[in-house]
Design a protein around this ligand. Structure first.
Ligand code: FE2
Ligand code: FE2
Length: 184
């Protein structure tokens, strides 16, 4: 790379933009479908859980950012099971608003309210973020779009119905500076 010229990098930038946008939503959709199958002891798999989350957010009249955030909040579960909240937030960061990014990033810890005490942990661990302007939003997200989204009988929207919202969000200019082109 040290021998690259300006014109080389202009060429690479164009190639990167094509790469970054061309199949992004398809790839995210494929990642969601990786969650099909194992229920991990719950009453539905993580794919159905994700559709329930997105559907409930949509039917509550949430913003497109929040609906997409809900749909994708567990999208990293198949390849980052130990820090899936951080991984999903990183995927969303360039495209969604600060609130949705924060909520997705912290949803795993906030979900602990429902079960950490059953592992002799602190169900109130999330209170360390009580000063955040997004604290209440994350509490509500877990209550309305996460802990309750394992109902095998809930009528979910089809994945294709989310496609226009995914296309809208992921076609936005990146909010994260310095990631393009190929700078690391
Ligand atoms: Fe999660
Ligand atoms: Fe979840």
């Amino acid at each position: 790379m040290q021998h690259g010229t300006r014109s080389d990098y202009e060429y690479l930038t164009a190639a990167f933009e094509e790469h970054a946008r061309g199949a992004l939503v398809d790839n995210l959709v494929n990642m969601l479908t990786l969650l099909q199958g194992p229920t991990l002891g719950y009453q539905c798999d993580r794919f159905s859980h994700s559709l329930q989350s997105g559907t409930r957010a949509f039917r509550n009249g949430e913003s497109v950012d929040m609906v997409v955030g809900a749909l994708l909040h567990d999208v990293a579960d198949s390849f980052a099971p130990e820090n899936h909240s951080d991984a999903a937030a990183a995927l969303l960061a360039p495209y969604v608003d600060d609130e949705v990014h924060w909520v997705v990033k912290h949803h795993g810890l906030f979900q602990g309210y429902y079960y950490f005490h059953h592992h002799d942990g602190d169900r109130h661990a999330r209170d360390r973020y009580a000063d955040s302007p997004y604290f209440d939003r994350c509490v509500d997200f877990c209550a309305e779009y996460d802990q309750n989204c394992f109902d095998p009988n809930y009528p979910v929207m089809a994945l294709e119905e989310f496609r226009p919202m995914l296309d809208e969000v992921f076609s936005r200019p990146s909010r994260v500076p310095g990631v393009a082109p190929l700078d690391g």
